[in-house]
Design a binder for this molecule. Structure first.
Ligand code: NAP
Length: 324
């Protein structure tokens, strides 16, 4: 079976080859929790960070619903604490990204940018990425006013007028964050009712800088070098109009980062890895934790819990299947 496993690094040098008992893909709450538990099981896990150390939570300004932090905790600070705690017990963190996998036999082969790993067990905690609107102007103006992360880019919109797309928790939470900088935030939602939870709704409705355009979608983002306006379509009346805007923040959900496994592991119709309550995939020894396999909860605390659960299953699997 050929899964295009390259044994050479980008400068054409043979890659380092390493045998590990537990390989964890992803460094978000799920990945670091799995690392903590398997490290405490004396299994010297290796965590490949992926492109973004800490994943989505590292881009979150404050996490207010992770237990143990009554005053909230900064997203990046939480990731640093996760990493420090896992490393204290022997987890190794590599700034590397998996590029191909062969799960047809054990040990599993995972080729990353800098090394090839032979792993007795694999915990997939690759998380999810923001969904795009796929409308004209979106790609062209990304980084020029179009953004998927208020924490990263909010500062650039001091005293500006921004539009936010979406009606879920993310859209409202990020809009509330943007009130620190922006002059006005207009939330465009395709229905007349929000999906977000009650507390966030209450806060958003009470915030004088935030207003709503209901039953509407953005069909085009306009501007040459930077965002200048959005084209709005009322989905009830069909009417179209342009509204001036300096920025467009898009929060309409996420895609799980599972493409790497699509030919070898079972995915559901939305691309999430299928898992049972014990975090097993269809291949023995391969486990899933966090948003790559979770279309339902997608919280820091649930992802961390799944990481711990997957780690406990990996420990049991190794005890039953791999000779010392
Ligand atoms: P979400 O709950 O899936 O909401 C996505 C929103 O975008 C929905 O309002 C949806 O509209 C809208 N939408 C989807 N596709 C669209 C399109 N093509 N054009 C226009 N609008 C579109 O996503 P999320 O807000 O990122 O939240 C995901 C999960 O993370 C949820 O479980 C949420 O509770 C959780 N989360 C929690 C917190 C927190 O607890 N503090 C913060 C952030 C996220 P419809 O409503 O019409 O479907």
């Amino acid at each position: 079976m050929d899964f295009n496993l390259s044994g050479f690094s980008i400068n054409n040098q043979p890659k380092e080859e390493r045998h590990v008992k537990v390989l964890i893909l992803g460094s978000g709450p799920a990945g670091f929790s799995a690392a903590l538990y398997t490290a405490r099981g004396n299994l010297e896990p290796v965590v490949l960070t992926g492109i973004e150390l800490g994943g989505q939570v590292s881009l979150t300004y404050t996490v207010e619903n992770y237990p143990g932090f009554p005053d909230g905790v900064g997203g990046q600070q939480l990731v640093e604490l996760f990493q420090k705690q896992a490393e204290r017990f022997g987890a190794r963190v590599e700034f590397d990204t998996a590029t191909s996998v062969d799960l047809s036999k054990r040990p599993f082969t995972v080729s990353a940018e800098n090394a090839v790993y032979y792993a007795d067990t694999l915990i997939i905690a690759t998380g999810a990425t923001p969904i795009h609107l796929n409308i004209p102007g979106e790609v062209e103006l990304t980084g020029r006013g179009v953004s998927y992360c208020a924490t990263c880019d909010g500062w650039f919109f001091k005293d500006k007028n921004v539009v936010v797309v979406g009606g879920g928790d993310s859209a409202l939470e990020e809009s509330l964050f943007l009130t620190r900088y922006a002059k006005s935030i207009t939330i465009v939602h395709r229905r007349d009712e929000l999906r977000a939870g009650a507390i966030l709704q209450r806060r958003a409705f009470a915030e004088p800088k935030i207003s709503f355009i209901w039953n509407s979608v953005i069909t085009e983002i306009l501007g040459t070098d930077k965002v200048e306006a959005v084209r709005l379509k009322d989905v009830v009346t069909g009417s179209v109009r342009d509204q001036k805007a300096d920025g467009v923040f898009i929060f309409i959900g996420h895609h799980p980062n599972t493409q790497l496994f699509a030919e070898q592991l079972e995915l559901d119709e939305r691309g999430y890895l299928k898992t049972d309550v014990l975090m097993h995939t269809n291949i023995a020894g391969v486990f899933v934790a966090g948003e790559a396999g979770d279309p339902n909860y997608r919280q820091v605390v649930t992802s961390a819990g799944m990481g711990a659960a997957a780690a406990m299953q990996a420990i049991r699997f190794l005890e039953a299947n791999v000779e010392e």
